[in-house]
Design a binder for this molecule. Structure first.
Ligand SMILES: Nc1nc2c(ncn2[C@@H]2O[C@H](COP(=O)(O)OP(=O)(O)OP(=O)(O)O)[C@@H](O)[C@H]2O)c(=O)[nH]1
Ligand SMILES: [Mg+2]
Length: 159
């Protein structure tokens, strides 16, 4: 049997405001630092698209003994407004977005802009990750979570 028959391929792109932790989340998920340019290291900011990959093995149901390998490619996009064209270049054909919102900062201009762009392109699958929860008290993180939930859900429902 073809060893790749049970393999499914997905492409995920990050989205969200500058500094909210998109690249850090990608590194935590995959072990790969998607920031690769010397200027990105020097400025501590993502400028161009970065790439990472991981495999997930799962059964499609509890009764299913066949394991499916999900091969997941991640495109990490910049959040700074100066590099929104790179962001758009990275999300041209994706299965799902990973919208990162920092709990201390909440809903910010490029969170909104990226969500609008995703919505215009008809991307309906999205995971919202509330990041930096370690540096805020829970009562401060809750508004960020509420905003993220309301905005992303409304936009996905409408598109
Ligand atoms: N305390 C804390 N710091 C974090 C967390 N996630 C990221 N950081 C820090 O926040 C800063 C920005 O993280 P990045 O991953 O570069 O943010 P980004 O969203 O990729 O930034 P751009 O790509 O430039 O838009 C870095 O100094 C990270 O170490 C977190 O969960 N908690
Ligand atoms: Mg980054």
């Amino acid at each position: 049997m073809n060893q790749f028959a049970n393999k499914k391929y997905f492409v995920i792109a990050t989205a969200g405001h500058v500094d909210h932790g998109k690249s850090a989340v990608v590194k935590a998920l995959t072990g790969t630092d998607p920031d690769r340019l010397p200027e990105e290291k020097a400025r501590e900011i993502t400028i161009d698209l970065g790439f990472a990959h991981f495999d997930l093995t799962a059964s499609s149901s509890d009764l299913d003994t066949d394991q499916t390998v999900f091969s997941i490619s991640i495109i990490d996009v910049p959040g700074h407004e100066d590099f929104v064209r790179n962001m758009i270049a990275g999300i041209g054909s994706i299965d799902m977005a990973l919208l990162v919102v920092a709990a201390d900062d909440g809903w910010m201009p490029q969170t909104e802009e990226h969500l609008q762009i995703l919505s215009y392109l008809g991307i309906k699958q999205m995971v919202v990750a509330i990041n930096k929860s370690d540096i805020v008290r829970p009562e401060r993180a809750r508004p960020a979570l509420a905003w993220a939930w309301i905005n992303s859900k409304e936009r996905c429902d409408r598109s």
